[in-house]
Design a binder for this molecule. Structure first.
Ligand code: 1GP
Length: 245
């Protein structure tokens, strides 16, 4: 796929890349934010979230963002409502450690035809939730991987690889008070051969730099954008820190 190849090239060029996450229901001016993060070194934009359900709004936000930037827009769905026609690609995710088959294969079956019809590039992704207490954990009925059990994350990641998933997303959850531990990222990196995405609770260049060094290919930054007063400066520092790994 085009977007997958583009992401691979970006990772090759920079080491670790940053994908900012824009919540279509919680952003005041998504297009302006997208333009700013593009200018400051974002490689693509993720749009979605675990509790986004307004498809009309999502479609509008995706179209607005697309009209303002050149980098790809990738959907990050929490449910079938996260599929939207104008996006370039979608993290076609299975929440591997959910206790509810709906989030492992059910929603995927329901959403697949729309992905095909709209011509969105699917990026086969194993979504693995670490810790608990976040919206993604609650909505996705996940049995969160304990923070101090990196081997459990390795088991799921290897299983994902053997099932043909070319992306693993280690997710602490949006606004998590604790990010995915560096040790867990390093342990997964040692075994998993695909593209490794890490997100949830990352707000500082120091943390982002450590996670990049541990082997993450892609770092997702959501809450910090917009919420922190000095987010633009901080975002630039994060991009710099992860590229210098
Ligand atoms: C959430 O991993 C993303 O799905 C981003 O998390 O909002 O905590 O940056 P934050």
């Amino acid at each position: 796929g085009k977007v997958e190849q583009y992401l691979r090239n970006e990772i090759k060029k920079h080491g670790t890349i940053c994908l900012p996450l824009i919540d279509s229901e919680n952003s005041t001016d998504a297009a302006a934010i997208a333009r700013k993060v593009e200018e400051k070194g974002a490689s693509a934009i993720l749009v979605g979230g675990s509790s986004a359900i307004d498809q009309l709004e999502l479609a509008k936000v995706v179209a607005e963002i697309k009209s303002k930037i050149k980098i790809p827009v990738i959907l990050f769905p929490g449910n079938v409502t996260g599929v939207s026609p104008k996006a370039d690609a979608i993290l076609f995710s299975s929440l591997l450690n959910s206790e509810d088959p709906y989030f492992i294969t059910g929603a995927q079956a329901l959403g697949a035809i729309a992905v095909k019809k709209y011509g969105i590039e699917p990026l086969p992704t194993a979504y693995i939730i670490v810790g608990e207490g976040t919206a993604a954990w609650f909505v996705g009925r996940a049995r969160g991987i304990p923070f101090h059990k990196p081997n459990l994350a390795v088991m799921y990641s290897l299983a994902a690889q053997y099932m043909g998933m070319r992306f693993v997303y280690l997710e602490a959850g949006s606004g998590a008070s604790q990010n995915v531990p560096v040790e867990m990222v390093a342990a997964v990196r040692k075994q998993y051969e695909g593209t490794l995405i890490v997100g949830g609770g990352i707000r500082s260049p120091e943390t982002a730099g450590q996670i990049a060094k541990a082997g993450a290919d892609i770092i997702v930054i959501g809450t910090m954008i917009e919420k922190d007063g000095d987010w633009q400066e901080k975002f630039s520092s994060i991009v710099k820190a992860i590229r210098a790994r």
